[in-house]
Design a protein around this ligand. Structure first.
Ligand SMILES: Nc1ncnc2c1ncn2[C@@H]1O[C@H](COP(=O)(O)OP(=O)(O)OP(=O)(O)O)[C@@H](O)[C@H]1O
Ligand SMILES: [Mg+2]
Length: 522
């Protein structure tokens, strides 16, 4: 083949009920970043899981350097020079970086040559700008660092083609630009990179070719320079991109949620939340901006009973809820959509139906019997079917384990459950982190509209995101978090210069910022 490191021809993959890939052609050349684009459930991850030897295709062929290959496992793919980094990195949390490098390798000597391995790691990390301490254990590392380890692991094992499945959706903007310099180093050295992303600007700026999939089929492969965002969106959806978000003016009501001066420790010792106060009113969205790792997760966990506060108070509808159990928060109609979808948000081994009722199986109409000791499975099915329909989720059946859903469809199911369970009683409080992570263009708009609809219906919403565009489009007020403290809460964020928000994100208090600072930052 002329220059193709790998080529897939006519690849078809069926699961019971769905054809995830249908006669797909795809190739990666040396020195290129090739984007794989498509709506949620289009078949991107499946196609790459085939190339990585995790699934066997039902039809079609794979060539490496022009020679046909058949992979029975990822070990075969790695031997052929193909590596993949999944969204969930598949690292062993309790072991060190260098131990993770060699896990699963054949021919590991009985006494590990730790020194040699570490030397080789140092060489590769230097060469590709993947700085990491080889002796750290995985659980001590941030998500961005863990991703670096996962990439390093593939390079260590000789990958020439590296598949990155939505690598930037979990990264801060700084980490993302760092990842792109690593990718550049790789392509300069003649590697090929497959890049899956829903972020159009990344695809346009960082790749050489784009292949668009729609419902499992190839729409087209084009040179990135010859296309633009709207034609790509049209190729993905088969129609013009949806219109922009419309946000009516807020009409906030009474305070339903109030937090005063809370402090909480982080997982690794030091304080993560250092004296935060906020209130949420019915019918408004308070956005929280900030670089990940500044206490966002810990704050949310305090607000829903998953983490104890060391001091300070939390009240919901004037009821003291400081350090109450998660169940009590749920009974107060507090909803939580965490960033960690599959760990906290979903039970991935359970099916769509059961996941749909996870937060309501103890209340009517799901629970039944004289003491509420039984589950009405018919009601559960109805609930699940409604969420699937409302959120346009493509799931083979209600009995599909959710781990078999595509990334975006899993996310939509979680959003659907948390946003539609709150039909009855008091105005809900919704704490949501990164609502549109991993969602395609249409689903992103849809989810944002649903959140605004909840706001119209009186919900009090806390929205944590790293996407400033999203925050500015959605928030009525905007708090900026830095090292566990608010640098200020802006009453009219849309009127503020973006540079001011940037300065606050970097740790300057709002009231300390003067015009000269804003000009200097712009
Ligand atoms: N192991 C499996 N068993 C059954 N169905 C599966 C399995 N893996 C994937 N599917 C189905 O194949 C289809 C394509 O899924 P895939 O994960 O490839 O989509 P994707 O393009 O990566 O989407 P996303 O952007 O949401 O991650 C989906 O309908 C999904 O439910
Ligand atoms: Mg996917």
């Amino acid at each position: 083949m002329n220059g193709a490191l790998v080529e897939m021809r006519g690849v078809t993959k069926r699961f019971s009920g769905v054809t995830a890939n249908k006669a797909v052609d795809f190739s990666v050349e040396a020195g290129e970043v090739h984007a794989l684009l498509g709506e949620n459930g289009a078949g991107k991850s499946t196609l790459m899981n085939i190339l990585y030897g995790l699934y066997r295709p039902d039809e079609g062929e794979i060539f490496v350097n022009g020679a046909p290959v058949e992979f029975r496992s990822p070990a075969d793919a790695i031997t052929a020079g193909i590596g993949m980094v999944h969204q969930h990195f598949m690292l062993v949390q309790t072991q060190t970086v260098w131990e993770n490098m060699i896990l699963g390798m054949k021919d590991i000597p009985f006494f590990l040559p730790g020194g040699e391995i570490q030397k080789k790691i140092a060489l590769i990390s230097e060469r590709y700008g993947l700085l990491i301490d080889p002796r750290a254990t995985i659980e001590q590392l941030s998500v961005g660092e863990q991703q670096r380890v996962a990439i390093l692991r593939m390079l260590y094992r000789g990958a020439r083609v590296l598949i990155l499945d939505e690598p930037t959706s979990v990264l801060t903007p700084q980490e993302a630009s760092r990842l792109f310099s690593t990718i550049h180093r790789m392509t300069e050295e003649g590697h090929g990179v497959v890049f899956i992303s829903h972020k159009m600007n990344e695809v346009l700026n960082e790749t050489k070719r784009v292949t668009v999939l729609r419902r499992g089929e190839t729409v087209k492969t084009v040179a990135t320079a010859d296309t633009d965002a709207s034609s790509l969106a049209e190729m993905m959806m088969g129609q013009k991109a949806p219109l922009n978000l419309h946000r009516p003016k807020a009409a906030p009501g009474e305070r339903v949620f109030e937090v005063r001066d809370i402090h909480a420790s982080g997982d690794r010792g030091p304080e993560a939340v250092s004296g935060l106060s906020l209130f949420l009113r019915s019918g408004e969205i308070l956005g929280v901006a900030g670089v990940a790792g500044n206490g966002q997760r810990e704050l949310c966990e305090c607000l829903v009973g998953l983490r104890g506060a060391t001091s300070g108070t939390i009240s919901v509808r004037n009821k003291n809820m400081t350090n109450a159990s998660p169940r009590r928060f749920i009974n107060q109609n507090v909803h939580y959509i965490p960033a960690d979808r599959s760990g906290v948000g979903m039970a991935t081994g359970m099916d769509v139906r059961d996941n749909s009722i996870l937060r309501s199986y103890w209340s009517k109409p799901i629970s039944t019997g004289t003491l509420g000791e039984l589950i009405d499975w018919r009601a559960a099915e109805i609930r699940a079917a409604r969420i699937v329909e409302d959120f346009n989720i493509s799931a083979p059946s209600p009995n599909t384990p959710v781990r078999n859903l595509s990334g975006g469809n899993l996310q939509k199911l979680l959003m659907g459950r948390e946003l539609s369970d709150s039909q009855t009683g008091d105005a809900p409080v919704i704490i949501v982190m990164h609502p549109t992570w991993g969602l395609d263009v249409a689903a992103t708009l849809y989810v944002r509209e649903r959140i605004l609809e909840r706001r119209e219906n009186g919900a009090a919403i806390l929205l944590i995101s790293e996407d400033l565009d999203e925050l500015l489009a959605m928030s009525d007020r905007l708090a900026v978090l830095f090292e566990g403290k608010f640098m200020g809460i802006l009453e009219h964020p849309e009127d503020e210069p973006i540079e001011k928000i940037g300065l606050m994100m970097a740790g300057t208090m709002a009231e300390a910022i003067v015009n000269a600072d804003i000009e200097a930052a712009s």
